[in-house]
Design a protein around this ligand. Structure first.
Ligand SMILES: C[S@@+](CC[C@H](N)C(=O)[O-])C[C@H]1O[C@@H](n2cnc3c(N)ncnc32)[C@H](O)[C@@H]1O
Length: 228
């Protein structure tokens, strides 16, 4: 059987360092874990999910690929059941940003300069970037990919221990503002459009929050300034 990854997961896989051990948290079907082993990117994977159903599916797929010796599966809420020394690169893809922050917050052993975090939030990407900056992580790479008509951002971060200043552009656009590709420009334009729609809603609301409106206007002006 061949498992084809979409561009979102292919981008995440491209950020994994060659020859490392990987934790694939929220593996679901384990397509990503299987791809990493079959393409000789990872030497070992621990694939986990919080639900029994997806983990059983993952086990079946791993077994049918003959990769049981390379991919271990564990039932775990986030990294709670992980041996901190069992992986080098952590993948969390396809979850909401708030859930990703919650998983990261509970795993203090991620504050390790030898580990890498590869995160692909479905929502609240700004909150994930902010969490990383406020907890001493540096975003070393961030790119965007399009899949099924949506554009997703994939963040690659490492712990440095330096608390990063959380300026608005770093929080809202992260690494996407550095040499943006056509897809990344599209992502930024869409983000700007969402902010403008939110501003429009706020200005028409019954209870006007002047401070929030001013902040949104300032952010829109800042992002537009980056695009000229
Ligand atoms: C939308 S799927 C994403 C699957 C795959 N990572 C991808 O990006 O295509 C999200 C998966 O995360 C799992 N999940 C949700 N919360 C989790 C948690 N706290 N810890 C581990 N897995 C979780 C779900 O059960 C589900 O299988």
């Amino acid at each position: 059987m061949s498992f084809l990854l979409d561009d979102r997961l292919t981008l995440a896989a491209s950020m994994v360092r060659k020859g490392v051990r990987v934790a694939d948290v929220g593996c679901d079907h384990a397509y990503l874990s299987i791809y990493l082993i079959k393409n000789k990117i990872a030497k070992q994977v621990v694939a986990s999910d919080v639900r029994v159903g997806p983990l059983e599916l993952a086990k079946r797929n791993i077994q049918s690929e003959g990769l049981c010796d390379k991919i271990e599966t564990i039932l775990s809420n986030g990294l709670d059941k992980f041996d901190p020394n069992s992986f080098d690169d952590l993948l969390i893809c396809g979850m909401g940003g708030i859930l990703i922050c919650d998983i990261l917050s509970r795993a203090h052993f991620l504050k390790d300069k030898d580990k890498r975090l590869i995160l692909q939030p479905m929502t609240d990407v700004d909150l994930v970037r902010e969490w990383l900056y406020q907890n001493g992580f540096e975003i070393i790479n961030e790119r965007a990919a399009k899949a099924a008509g949506h554009i997703y951002s994939v963040i690659n971060a490492v712990y440095t221990g330096n608390l990063q200043p959380c300026d608005a552009i770093s929080v809202h656009l992260g690494g996407l503002i550095k040499d943006p590709t056509i897809i990344e420009m599209e992502y930024i334009q869409k983000y700007l459009k969402t902010l403008k729609i939110r501003l429009d809603g706020k200005t028409k609301a019954q209870n006007i929050d002047e401070q929030e409106i001013d902040e949104l206007k300032r952010l829109i002006t800042l992002i537009e300034g980056e695009l000229v």
